[in-house]
Write a protein that binds this ligand. Sequence first.
Ligand code: AHR
Length: 497
Amino acid sequence: MNRITIRGGTDQPTINRHIYGHFAEHLGRCIYDGIWVGEDSPIPNTRGIRNDVVAALRRIRVPNLRWPGGCFADDYHWKDGIGPKAQRPRTINMWGKVVENNHFGTHEFLDLCDQLGCEPYICGNVGSGTVQEMEQWIEYLTADGDSTMANLRRQNGRDAPWKIPFWGVGNENWGCGGHMTPEYYADLYCQYQTYLREYGGNRLMKIAGGYGGSDNDGSGLDAFMRHITNRRHRVRTDGVSLHYYVYLRHAQEHSATEFGEAEWFTVLNMAAQIEQAIAQHAAVLDRYDPEKRIWLIVDEWGTWYPAEPGTHPDFLYQQNSLRDAVVAALTLHLFHAACDRVRMANIAQTVNVLQAMILTQGEQMILTPTYHVFDMFKGHQDATRLAFDLECEAYTSGDKSLPAISASASQNAEGTILLTLCNLYPSQDVTLDCELRDLAVSGVTGSILTADEITAHNTFDQPDRVQPVPFTGAAIVDQQRLHIELPAKSVVALTLT
Ligand code: AHR
């Protein structure tokens, strides 16, 4: 018997829309090809940025975009990416050692954010940069007066300063960003953040790189927090980042599109473990910040398989199947469950890299199953989470098991409820009784994302193999009760009025 009881009430936190953030790095074909084609390209573009990609991303209401990396951020010198394009230096990108012409830089990124209607999240260079370089970038971006950096911005065609709400102080400085200990990074963090000036009312959220990857238990974060706490003056940290990948990059037996039920389970089970990583990091933050001022920001997450055969292994291009859609739904549900602390997240990455929303090939573009989950779930953005109890059967494989159903519910300002569900079983339908307490329903509509096979994915020849269709499996029993038939391997979004 599977039963969910959803409770009304105002005591629940808001699901911050920034949980639905994205990440675009100068890596493989994410920026170049995927987003930037240049003004002279035959591919329809606005000031060099692809129109088809912008239109698709606008539909899912991207709230923020993290850039320029990733590992690339700690190798990026922002002055290479301003001024006349023909004069920009040709540098070597650490990802694949390919030449980077720097045609997509600060102005182009902020134009992209304007076109998307989203907020910029810039990650500054700690690993190979300097304090002065980061300080000047912020002055260039946000200062209004007659200063050299603000004038340089004007000379490059932008008069008004930009508003930059989110600033990362380095990326993975425990790894590709300098192989630092938490204590050493904490010292650098304190130093760098001192010079992150706030000009003209620009409120900058200062975000520290977390410590450790998917296998991290929070002890690195604890060392970092302890080290920045024992200072003569309080050091401001508004957010700390956590990265969590379903990391199978070197597991050659794993493939994005060729797998059986055992690998389906393995990947979903790895994705579900993010709950533990969040709990461990949240517990550390609770000790240092019981008022929950500091955001836990999962600014890289998603699946990471061996690169698609025939592609450059460093370009991290992979296909995206129905399994990835279920990973996305499950992960977003777990973010909602912890949304009193997890206030922002960024799936890796937007186009053509890792668990992408969009894949491109020349002028062609396809939407992935993961994109459709972001579309189906967008009503959760900034809605009030609803509390619920879920009793459901266990989906077991070997000695491991997962709840067979994953769920989340929220209510928006108009009172509409969005209930999202997934059935993790690869081949077993389930029935779910849904009870509403202190809430009432008179109408239900929905959509479902599923396919004939667990490996189903969209290709340039078959772009719509996995796409949402109307869902008719939910019936109102009475004002407080619904009966839901959830097909195997499906993600469902129900709107209850
Ligand atoms: O998203 C790909 C890479 O994964 C990022 O550059 C890095 O931060 C992480 O290790």
